[in-house]
Write a protein that binds this ligand. Structure first.
Ligand SMILES: [Zn+2]
Length: 103
């Protein structure tokens, strides 16, 4: 294992922060809250959905390649996700995560 692995595992085990997988908002992947809350929030729904839509955009626009193409895919992903309802993002992310657990 790397030094980084050990460092992160130690940090997790120190238990100074409660780690919560949850929904935050459409623009925030995570947040750290210091005392008195001592929480790290991870927007699992947005991370999964955003990543999936990014790859979906690659499938939809195969002509967008390279660094410029990647920028356009990121742009399309951002716009696509911003048009969707929060309830839709959560439902589709839950569906994706359930599919993952099957394999
Ligand atoms: Zn990409």
């Amino acid at each position: 294992m790397t030094k980084e692995y050990d460092r992160i595992l130690d940090f997790i085990k120190e238990d100074d922060f409660e780690i919560i997988l949850c929904w935050i908002d459409k623009n925030t992947y995570g947040e750290i809250h210091y005392e008195p809350e001592q929480k790290i929030l991870i927007n699992i729904y947005l991370l999964v959905f955003d990543t999936f839509i990014h790859e979906y955009m690659h499938e939809k626009y195969p002509e967008l390649k390279g660094l410029k193409g990647e920028e356009k895919i990121n742009d399309k992903t951002r716009k696509f996700v911003s048009r969707m309802k929060v309830s839709e993002i959560k439902k589709l992310a839950k569906y994706l995560m359930a599919e993952y657990h099957k394999s």
